[in-house]
Design a binder for this molecule. Structure first.
Ligand code: PLP
Length: 425
């Protein structure tokens, strides 16, 4: 079913899965949920930073600790076996979620950032040298930008950037010129966490593959809210974080094509990734365990899979369509206010977030005023400092939407923005 024809979400029903959305905010933040004056309904619009967690994901964590808490891959007792099966099957679920061939291609990491560092260290440090080039986009998150920058400094490889045009889109003509036989890696964000731009990853992958370069997709802002398939994108690597997709903090995933992961050296050494050790040498476990050294984050890994199943049950296409409607509404209403500057492409061609500035009001002040209305948004550079430099601002405010948000919540945001304008006029 296409996004257009998909059934709308029953948002009121969905909100029941997230008790946190029913809480009030305000008052004394040193006593969470209990401060004096905490009487303002929460409007949570900071989903691009971290999404909320439905009961069934919280329950999956509690069940693990209550019923079968144990180390994995190290015991033949029942609890260890139960935990190992659940943890391993969690990799299958996450693999399915992004269209990977199987668990061999899914390494659980701490988050997107760690997945990027894993490839940068395990592949980049080994493979790159003077004369090689890594091509990024000007809209990369620091997780990718800083990581490849540092690997470039250590290996002598050059880092180049595909420019972003006035509308916040990639200049694909420039990309075609920048990606050459010297390029070894193209690393691009799928949906920009600042501009909302949905990048043409499959086209970038074609360009990269024409020159035998690999493609790393930062899918932190796309896997949570739209169907993502690694084959459709042509991704060689792809990274995402559970905490942005209804899952827990502390776990994320690296997808890597099996043959590439096979050829890569481990990133971390220690228990769980070892097959055989002598005093002189060691051999490694099969994929994906070769990249999961030490006791893994078992509970959160299992809950990560539960979050994928939850999103599948709701339907990614429906979530995408819902977010699209909210985004268009927020964009158009903000845009109609003459004193607001919105960054990135037009309303009908962006992911579920809007970064903006209000004339004469610093993003931090704005964020603080809307907080008085119970609205959680983000203010700052959203880990894209060089992009903000290019936009000519130090910071922006960002509202980001998810499956449980409503138009009425956006109305509260708009009311709060108007109040801020009034205050600073
Ligand atoms: N990439 C993008 C596009 C992001 O939005 C984020 C988080 O904000 C990250 C990477 C880093 O994610 P994490 O902090 O979970 O590693």
């Amino acid at each position: 079913m296409g996004v257009q024809e998909s059934e709308p979400l029953d948002v009121e029903r969905i909100r029941e899965d997230f008790p946190i959305l029913g809480r009030k905010v305000g008052g004394d933040v040193s006593t969470p949920g209990e401060g004096p004056g905490d009487d303002t309904p929460l409007v949570y619009l900071d989903n691009a930073a971290t999404s909320q967690t439905p009961d069934r994901v919280v329950d999956a964590i509690a069940e693990y600790y209550r019923v079968y808490n144990s180390n994995v891959h190290r015991g033949i007792h029942s609890l260890s076996q139960e935990a190992s099966v659940a943890y391993e099957e969690a990799h299958d679920t996450v693999a399915d979620f992004v269209g990977a061939e199987g668990r061999e291609e899914i390494v659980f990491t701490k988050n997107t950032t760690e997945a990027m560092n894993l490839v940068a260290y395990a592949w980049g440090l080994e493979e790159l040298g003077p004369g090689d080039e890594v091509v990024l986009t000007e809209m990369e998150h620091h997780a990718s930008l800083v990581t490849w920058q540092q690997i470039g400094k250590r290996t002598g490889a050059a880092v180049k950037y595909i420019p972003v045009d006035e509308q916040g889109r990639l200049d694909m003509d420039a990309a075609a010129e920048l990606i050459t036989d010297d390029t070894r890696m193209v690393s691009a964000v799928h949906v920009s966490n600042t501009l909302g731009t949905i990048n043409p990853i499959a086209d970038l992958a074609d360009l990269a593959h024409d020159h035998d370069a690999y493609v790393f997709v930062d899918a932190a802002q796309s896997v949570p809210n739209r169907p993502v398939d690694v084959s459709d994108l042509g991704a060689d690597f792809l990274a995402f974080s559970a905490h942005k997709m209804c899952g827990p903090t502390g776990v994320g995933a690296l997808y890597g094509r099996e043959h590439i992961l096979e050829e890569m050296q481990p990133y971390l050494y220690g228990g769980d990734m070892i097959r055989k050790v002598t005093y002189d040498d060691a051999t490694w476990e099969d994929l994906p365990w070769k990249f999961e050294a030490g006791t893994p984050n078992v509970a959160d890994g299992i809950a990560f899979a539960e979050a994928c199943e939850y999103l599948d049950d709701v339907g990614l296409e429906r979530i995408q369509a819902h977010e699209q409607q909210l985004t268009e509404y927020a964009y158009e209403e903000l845009d109609a206010r003459g004193d607001v500057t919105i960054y990135g492409p037009p309303a009908d061609d962006r992911g579920g977030l809007v970064a903006f500035n209000v004339d004469g009001v610093h993003a931090h002040d704005l964020s603080s005023i809307v907080n008085d209305y119970g609205v959680a948004i983000r203010a700052g550079d959203h880990c894209t400092q060089p992009l903000h430099d290019k936009l000519g601002v130090a910071a922006s405010a960002r509202a980001s939407f998810y499956l449980y948000n409503t138009r009425e919540e956006i109305d509260v945001l708009l009311e709060a923005v108007d109040a801020a304008v009034e205050l600073f006029a």
